[in-house]
Design a binder for this molecule. Sequence first.
Ligand code: NAD
Ligand code: UFG
Length: 337
Amino acid sequence: MTTILVTGGTGYIGSHTAAALIQSGYEVVILDNLYNSNEHVLERIQTITGVLPKFYQCDILDKAGLKKIFDENKIDAVIHFAGYKAVGESCEIPLTYYENNISGSINLYEAMNDAGVKTLVFSSSATVYGAPKSVPIREDFPTHTTNPYGSTKLMNEMILADVCASDPEWSVLLLRYFNPIGAHQSGLLGEVPNGIPNNLVPYIARVANGTLEFLRVWGNDYPTVDGTGVRDYIHVCDLADGHIAAVKYALEHKGADYINLGTGNGYSVLQVLHAYEKACGKELPYKIMERRPGDIATCYADTEKAFKLLGWKAKYNIDDMCRDSWNFTVKNPDGIV
Ligand code: NAD
Ligand code: UFG
């Protein structure tokens, strides 16, 4: 059986991917320090798949802990989700972000190298495209970052490209996610943001359940369909399936490559809000505010390369994403506990 180490595997995207991997016949070992998730996620993966994945509470900054995992398991490939991800916070505590996302990742790549495990799928982000000159965004567009979080993603991409250039046995896929939203159809897995959410759909979910009063729409004077920002929202289960296709490809090829994971469709803030209203069956209040600093007007993926290389394309639409987000929100008023 092929064994995949999933770092950050109790987190939002990692947990959906771990469940999908198990359901596709892979053996899964999860590593997470539980900084932004908890162990109940493991029981929920078991409820969905019938398998309780092997779990190590381990920090990627802990070199000895990483070595132990590779010593105790015959790992074939790694999917690396572990990291900090809040853009705003990364501007306040950049060194903490660089230490966790860069030093921690280098520890992981060293441990892999030492164990002879040279196949990796890395969680990058569409944030590496900065403000793109045009849409849809292709993988060969120039990269540019505007905050420390984005820089940690771009630096990891550069580090891994160098590793692949230095050693032809390495195989790395750098997956640039667009805007992951939604939740597992079972209502057992989903996103549980800490405090007041920054991201659109988690914020709308809290307006829908009455925890927050209204949505603040950051600007309605962009050159878009209704003036509000347009993004490529992708169902987290589609993203999970994209990782399965990616790990299969990485195990069969060598070298580094970059792949967008998006749907190729853009939706405006108000279009998402209206889709969510349909999902929860009520009108959701909103107020138009000033633009949020750092936001761009429009961002969506060219998905051709993902389809050509991986044979993968997203299958869920914005209504499915909002329905599953609302289902998770209703079923888990206190998060995953
Ligand atoms: P998440 O916070 O839900 O999951 C990340 C997990 O990593 C958490 O469970 C956390 O406890 C763990 N972790 C953090 N630092 C660690 C460390 N030092 N050692 C071990 N575990 C550690 O985030 P997510 O939304 O699932 O994102 C997963 C990955 O995808 C991240 O690398 C993120 O930057 C990237 N990404 C996310 C988005 C998004 O919008 N959610 C977009 C693009 C890229
Ligand atoms: N928005 C609002 N009100 C809110 C939150 C968001 O109007 O309360 C708007 C934003 O202005 C933007 C859109 O909704 O137009 C999406 O905003 P998000 O914060 O949900 O997502 P971003 O596209 O800004 O950023 C996300 C991740 C980044 C990642 C990027 C690209 O947060 O980490 O997608 O993948 F880099």
